[in-house]
Design a protein. Structure first.
Length: 275
């Protein structure tokens, strides 16, 4: 698949089923990923930026949290997904906030070069040309880059438990391709550091962080059958197939279930760099 086709696929995905699914799941996802939101809020407080760009902001949870923490700073959330940006704007309208939102492709959009913090919570792994994308973000920056991305698939068994269990029943599930745009697109730390260097960033650090995430057990089945590769695939199957897949997949999560909670360790990188 060439770069143009990969980018079109990402556009179609996030402006269609995946984007709509994340809007539906926003409250669950925000709660599960709140530890990462807190990390970025603490980072923003320490750096005291005047202008913040949140890349791949989704439905805006982290954008709004950083705006609330900083008070007088301007915080712009950008995402390629129309449904997610619409949801973020609706959330912002319910608050007195200096957060604003823009639907745009961050790898090509002409941002004003005035952001002294560019941040992301799992929003920068999907670029079809990461060097071009991070070069474009560097042009918009006057200070720091802080992005959280996933480490290797093998270090994140919770994230692939559903597709491993469902594979015999769903032979058309897309395979994870190393370094390809997607959840684990920046999992190779050495490669990611080279991407940032080739994009013109300096003082680069790719530091491991391990964060415990928690969700109520009662939403687990809904979670894996709505989001991710299995959730996307189940949207197009008949009810009998869906029921068989759910019955097969649910036991794969038993190692992560502790009473009425699901707990797992998210193995990630914190990317840090400076213009």
């Amino acid at each position: 698949m060439d770069a143009k086709q990969r980018n079109e696929d990402q556009q179609s995905r996030w402006n269609g089923p995946a984007g709509n699914a994340w809007v539906e799941a926003q409250h669950v996802v925000d709660a599960v990923l709140r530890p990462f939101e807190e990390i970025l809020v603490d980072t923003a407080r320490a750096l005291s930026p005047r202008q913040v760009l949140d890349v791949g902001c989704g439905t805006g949870g982290t954008t709004l949290a950083v705006a609330a923490a900083l008070g007088s700073s301007q915080v712009l959330g950008v995402d390629i997904s129309e449904p997610m940006i619409a949801a973020a704007q609706a959330r912002a309208a319910q608050h007195d906030t200096r957060a604003t939102f823009l639907r745009a492709d961050a790898q090509t959009h002409s941002f004003e070069p005035n952001f002294d913090l560019i941040m992301s919570r799992f929003g920068v792994m999907f670029f079809e040309n990461p060097v071009r994308a991070f070069t474009n973000l560097r042009r918009a920056a006057t200070g720091e880059l802080r992005c959280v991305v996933w480490r290797d698939v093998a270090e994140n068994p919770f994230m692939t438990a559903a597709e491993r269990a469902a594979a015999p029943l769903l032979p058309d599930l897309p395979a994870r391709i190393p370094d390809a745009p997607g959840q684990f697109g920046l999992a190779d730390g050495d490669r990611t550091a080279r991407i940032l260097r080739d994009s013109g960033w300096t003082d680069i650090a790719v530091d491991p962080i391990d964060v415990e995430c928690v969700m109520p057990e009662e939403v687990l089945t809904w979670y894996f059958s709505t989001l991710g590769p299995v959730g996307m695939h189940l949207a197009g199957v008949d009810e009998a197939t869906r029921a068989r897949v759910v019955e097969t997949v649910r036991p794969a999560f038993d190692p992560f279930v502790h009473g009425d909670e699901v707990r797992y360790t998210a193995a990630c990188w914190m990317l840090s760099a400076h213009v």
